[in-house]
Design a protein around this ligand. Structure first.
Ligand code: CMC
Length: 428
């Protein structure tokens, strides 16, 4: 295989190195292109740009493969606990028994948030979207832990910040929901595991004994694992680019939460249910809405369909579809929206427009349906995604800081007005 790529510009041939990853992915290294040729590359949406070398997650969109640190998503979702997967992503290997115990203990120690933060919640409007609240709360954590402001202070300080954030995010997430419902905040119960503790803080009330179906805890654990990392997606790239300025972890992850909120990214899971509700309210005519999605004059898109990198199938969607069927069966859920979802899935999968563009249901199509069946309110769907994605954001931020990557600063090609003269419109 060729070790260089040749590029011809203005009659001159330049040789650029080729970089090959451990899974045989190939890249042309253009890091010296501008110095050599005066040209930059143009790639809006970074569809062909490798922004970094990373040893965390491998994804093959054509084959539908997703690995975390070399382990298949299928194995991890089937067998692992979310907290183990978090350790794997952040530290590179699965923990042994002692390491897992110590990690759990450390997370438990930090689940409380400073009492002063409760006042912030109270200041939000009653209908504040929990993603907006969560993003601000995570950024606010930096103000309580000034020693976290320098991310390179020491490995111990960095580790403490990581554990604090992992521990506090479920508390902040659950409280952002309690804020929405104006119900009393529930404090963490450290004898519960990560997933159960979150469900407890979200659903329990001080007036009654809290019971949670283990089926629900298992489903939640699986969903978090499936969302835990996804290489250089929009929110992760945001975390890396914010972190590349040496911003602290809390600020970097807060920016990632904001990026995730968008309906084309993590916000799609909420949009899926809202779309199904609209179709239902409109009489349930699936063909009509599929036609709208195909109409280029109509801005409507089928939410939960299509993916930037998966052009065959989304392996997460495959696992989650099965989990979805199992859970609906076990919980005996009967919901007209699910019938619409099933019809939509069938019609779109057989339609030439969707087939030609490789548009398949993605993870958000099914996760929205599961969350609904688990009784999670729609506004909280993207928050669930954020809890799942947190270890990935942390791992990517940590890798970037440890590799001492330079500040992210893309170029552009200017297309605006040139050389205009200022003419005053008033006397000075
Ligand atoms: N419904 C209808 N048409 C679509 C859809 C859709 N959901 N998605 C893509 N297309 C069409 C699009 O109009 C374009 O058609 P044409 O070639 O005729 O112009 C073609 O398919 C390619 O679309 P694109 O927008 O260039 O593709 P992209 O890679 O830039 O966007 C996407 C990927 C996920 C943003 C997009 O498929 C989309 O908007 N999907 C709906 C939102 C969604 O479900 N997002 C969650 C993604 S999975 C969770 C995550 O990892 O964030």
């Amino acid at each position: 295989m060729s070790e260089t790529a040749k590029i011809e510009l203005d009659g001159k041939i330049y040789e650029l190195p080729v970089f090959v990853g451990t899974e045989n992915e190939k890249a042309i290294d253009i890091s010296k292109l501008r110095d050599l040729t005066g040209y930059v590359t143009l790639d809006t949406g970074y569809k062909n740009t490798g922004a970094t070398k990373s040893a965390i997650t491998f994804l093959d969109g054509e084959e539908g493969i997703l690995h975390y640190r070399g382990y298949s998503i299928e194995q991890l979702a089937e067998k692992a606990a979310f907290i183990e997967v978090a350790y794997l992503l952040i530290y590179g290997n699965l923990p042994n028994k002692e390491e897992l115990h110590a990690f759990r203990q450390s997370i438990c120690k930090h689940t409380l948030v400073h009492e002063d933060m409760k006042q912030f919640f109270e200041a939000y409007p009653s209908k504040a979207h929990p993603m907006g609240v969560l993003s601000s709360m995570v950024a606010s954590l930096a103000t309580f832990y000034p020693e976290s402001l320098d991310p390179n202070r020491s490995p111990e300080a960095k580790n403490l910040t990581i554990h604090r954030l992992l521990a506090k995010l479920p508390t902040l997430a659950a409280w952002s929901y309690k804020n929405l419902t104006r119900h009393p905040f529930m404090y963490p119960r450290n004898e519960y595991d990560y997933c159960k503790n979150f469900l407890y803080m979200m659903f329990a009330m001080p007036t009654e004994e809290y019971q949670v179906d283990p089926v629900v805890v298992d489903a939640f654990n699986k969903l978090l694992i499936l969302h835990a990392d996804h290489e250089q997606n929009c929110s992760t790239s945001t975390v890396r680019i914010v972190g590349s300025s040496n911003a602290n972890l809390y600020s970097s992850v807060s920016a990632g939460i904001s990026a995730l909120w968008g309906p084309l990214h993590g916000g799609a899971n909420q949009e899926v249910i809202e779309m199904l509700e609209r179709i239902h309210a409109d009489g349930g005519n699936v063909d009509k809405w599929v036609a709208k999605a195909k109409d280029k004059e109509d801005p409507f898109r089928l939410m939960g369909f299509g993916h930037r990198v998966y052009k065959n199938f989304d392996p997460r969607a495959k696992i989650i579809k099965k989990a979805c069927d199992d859970i609906l069966d076990k919980l005996g859920v009967n919901d007209p929206l699910l019938d619409i979802a099933k019809k939509l899935e069938k019609v779109a999968l057989e339609d030439e427009y969707f087939k030609a563009r490789n548009l398949y249901p993605n993870v958000d199509f099914y996760s929205g349906i599961i969350y609904k069946a688990l009784g999670i309110p729609t506004e909280m769907f993207t928050v669930m995604f954020a809890i799942g994605r947190l270890p990935g954001w942390i791992a990517q931020w940590k890798e970037m800081t440890e590799n001492k990557e330079p500040i992210g600063r893309p170029r552009q090609i200017y297309t605006g007005q040139t050389n205009r003269q200022y003419v005053p419109v008033e006397e000075r």
